[in-house]
Design a binder for this molecule. Structure first.
Ligand code: PGA
Length: 252
């Protein structure tokens, strides 16, 4: 049985006051023992603050990116050890905004994945295709390449302590969600691709969907057999929305 995850990627939003309010509202509305694991991913500078607000709470903490190097002269970067030190358990790697706006390529994403695991952080590996790649029938090819580079470097066993998020780029922040059938098809493909290396690990790996997930579409996305929860951007900044998405995950 794969326990679903609902993860909130706050991106570059919020202030200390906003975060405190959001966490207070989330804690007030969280059922305590939700069916799904709940995680939030604030900006780096607020991680320690949010870690303190979440102490003892049933909500986990992650970062939005990590440096591929362990330590040293890498101005502006944040290491996996630092993230662990301030209370993170998870980290996003390969989010499409990192890949496309900051030119992070597949090998770098794979090294970030490895750097996270070297410090016992659980990486959430984001994969997904551009609109023109989907329209030219290359979705599976793109997703397979993004996944294979990580599996080649780290081995399929690395997925025992990792999560995958399928996020079609054309659905991120656009209000245009993949249909449940489109999401399911790619999620099933990802699971099959992993199963070519190890069927048991494929069955156990959680694959989240991301891209304009909202309270109004979450339940039908999460009802798909290979969709194990969601990576939520915009809607995670609103406690009521995010809690409704969490509840939708529990009702599948
Ligand atoms: P969105 O973002 O929910 O705002 O589309 C999802 C993501 O980028 O993780």
């Amino acid at each position: 049985m794969r326990r679903p995850i609902v993860a909130g990627n706050w991106k570059m939003h919020g202030t200390r006051a906003d975060n405190a309010r959001l966490i207070e509202e989330l804690l007030a509305g969280h059922p305590g023992r939700a069916a799904a694991e709940c995680l939030v991913f604030p900006p780096f500078v607020y991680l320690q603050d949010v870690a303190r607000l979440l102490r003892e709470a049933p909500i986990g903490l992650g970062a939005q990116s990590v440096c591929a190097e362990a330590q040293g002269a890498f101005t502006g970067e944040v290491s996996a050890a630092m993230l662990k030190d301030v209370g993170c358990s998870h980290v996003l790697v390969g989010h499409s905004e990192r890949r496309w706006l900051y030119h992070e390529d597949d090998p770098l994403v794979a090294r970030k994945f490895a750097a996270a695991q070297a410090k016992s952080l659980v990486p959430i590996l984001c994969v997904g295709e551009h609109l023109e790649e989907r329209e030219s029938g290359r979705t599976e090819q793109v997703v397979a390449r993004q996944l294979d580079v990580v599996l080649d470097l780290c081995g399929v066993g690395a997925l025992e302590s990792a999560v995958i998020a399928y996020e079609p780029i054309w659905a991120i922040g656009t209000g245009r969600t993949a249909t449940p059938q489109q999401a399911q098809a790619v999620h099933a493909f990802i699971r099959e691709r992993i199963a070519e290396r190890d069927a048991k690990i494929a069955e156990a790996t959680r694959v989240l969907y991301g891209g304009s997930v909202k309270a109004s579409n979450a339940a039908e996305l999460f009802a798909q057999p290979d969709v194990d929860g969601g990576l939520v951007g915009g809607a995670s900044l609103n406690a009521e929305e995010f809690l409704a998405i969490l509840a939708a995950c529990g009702s599948r």
